[in-house]
Design a protein around this ligand. Structure first.
Ligand SMILES: Nc1ncnc2c1ncn2[C@@H]1O[C@H](COP(=O)(O)OP(=O)(O)O)[C@@H](O)[C@H]1O
Ligand SMILES: CC(=O)OP(=O)(O)O
Ligand SMILES: [Mg+2]
Length: 405
């Protein structure tokens, strides 16, 4: 029997999302999420999608100190459904790895040397790469015989032209420290730009798409004929859009000012910009649902936070319209992009000259399917295209292990 199943692990800074897929028909056998890893109470939500318990969610609230404990618990849940990691049907474990630097532009089987390179990149993805590494090590310990495949967030962006990837700083210093724009969420930008082309009935090579990945982390990309030509995140996932807890773009002199005038250490500033900024910093809340609820109640602080979020988003839509020259579609994706109709509406309001508009009725539809929400007359299609990083990682991991068979 040729193994056809792939377990995908998407380890975030404090979460672990996972899916078990059968690649014969791309069906999902189980999925789940562990939230608040490292906090007082974590929550594991597991849903088997096979057998008599199919669709029955199981929730466990207990503390998981780190991603190792979380993954051990996930392995037990899968085993309880007869889908344990010891299954001979498992072909590989696919891992989302956030930073791959310049070295990895394709999915890669993890060796000791690959793992060492992912560890070397921890300083430029401090919230993400450590969790990815723990996920890989724990999975290796559970199934030492199985290929562990790393799929990098940075890979899709390695096609960016040099003039988009370089910062305008001294070349020698930049090169000595590998300082450049890498970009992230690439697996999602690749998947969504392809799906958007399909939604338009075109081949990816024929269309230019602006993808807005708006989750807790958020990034925009300009994709021309299937290749990324610019993206909003940079050396680290801190640059660009306003995010749940991250500031996105700011004058770098803010950092010197905080050091010299406010007396903050670089660690404190790092924490401020990565964890206490963005929507949380502006209004104390990073969940867009809650922000909208507060705005509806007349909360001015939440309203201003929303306006700042939208203003930044519009600037990137405008910038990438200029970068691409001709735009065929703007695609909204991830938690906020897929669910928050007010964000989509506000982001394109006033951009009619760029060919953008949304139809209020189409925008209010809730669905898991890719869909166009712009009116017939609009020059640019505005679309909601749900991302599926796990499916994309499973495909890439499965293709890689089959090739090497
Ligand atoms: N129904 C909804 N309406 C508005 N925003 C939502 C909704 N559901 C989720 N979100 C937003 O999506 C965010 C999570 O997005 P997600 O893509 O899952 O993030 P990540 O992968 O970075 O954890 C939440 O913080 C929340 O702001
Ligand atoms: C790279 C990044 O920001 O990822 P996430 O949105 O999962 O935090
Ligand atoms: Mg995400």
């Amino acid at each position: 029997m040729t193994p056809t199943r792939i377990l995908v692990l998407n380890s975030g800074s404090s979460s672990l999302k996972y899916q078990l897929l059968d690649m014969r028909d791309h069906s999902r056998l189980a999925l789940g999420l562990v939230e608040k890893i490292g906090e007082q109470t974590s929550a594991l939500t597991h849903t088997p999608l096979l057998g008599e318990d199919a669709g029955k969610k199981r929730v466990h609230e207990t503390r998981f100190a780190d991603h190792d404990e979380a993954l051990q618990a996930v392995a037990l849940e899968l085993a309880a459904d007869g889908l344990g990691l010891d299954s001979p049907e498992l072909a590989a474990i696919g891992h989302r790895v956030v930073h791959g630097g310049l070295r990895f532009s394709a999915p890669t089987v993890v060796t000791d040397e690959v793992l060492a390179e992912i560890e070397r990149l921890v300083p430029v993805a401090p919230l993400h790469n450590p969790a990815n590494i723990t996920g890989i090590k724990t999975a290796q310990a559970l199934r030492p015989d199985l290929p562990q495949v790393a799929v990098f967030d940075t890979a899709f962006h390695t096609t960016m032209p040099e003039y988009a990837a370089r910062y305008a700083i001294d070349v020698e210093t930049a090169d000595a420290h590998r300082i450049r724009r890498y970009g992230f969420h690439g697996t999602s930008h690749a998947f969504v730009s392809r799906r958007t082309a399909a939604l338009l009935g075109k081949d990816p090579s024929e269309v230019n798409v602006i993808v807005l990945h708006l989750g807790n982390g958020a990034s925009a990309s300009a994709v021309a004929g299937g290749r990324c030509v610019d993206t909003s995140m940079g050396l680290t996932p801190l640059e660009g859009l306003v995010m749940g807890t991250r500031s996105g773009d700011l004058d770098p002199a803010v950092i010197f000012h905080l050091e010299r005038v406010a007396g903050m250490s670089s660690e404190e500033i790092d924490t401020l910009l990565n964890k206490k900024s963005g929507l949380v910093g502006l209004c104390g809340e990073n969940d867009m649902r809650e922000i909208r609820r507060r705005i509806d109640e007349g909360d001015k602080q939440a309203e201003l936070a929303f306006e700042i979020y939208i203003h930044r988003l519009k600037k990137y839509i405008g910038a990438y319209s200029a970068v691409l020259g001709k735009v065929d579609a703007v695609a909204f994706t991830a938690g906020v992009g897929e669910n928050a109709a007010p964000v989509r509406e506000a982001a394109v309001t006033g951009l009619e000259e760029l060919g953008l508009a949304v139809d209020a009725t189409l925008n209010s539809v809730r669905s898991d399917e890719p869909r166009i929400i712009s009116p017939e007359y609009a020059r640019v299609a505005v679309a909601v295209v749900p991302t599926d990083e796990e499916l994309e990682i499973a495909h890439q991991a499965y293709d890689l292990v089959r090739e090497s068979d």
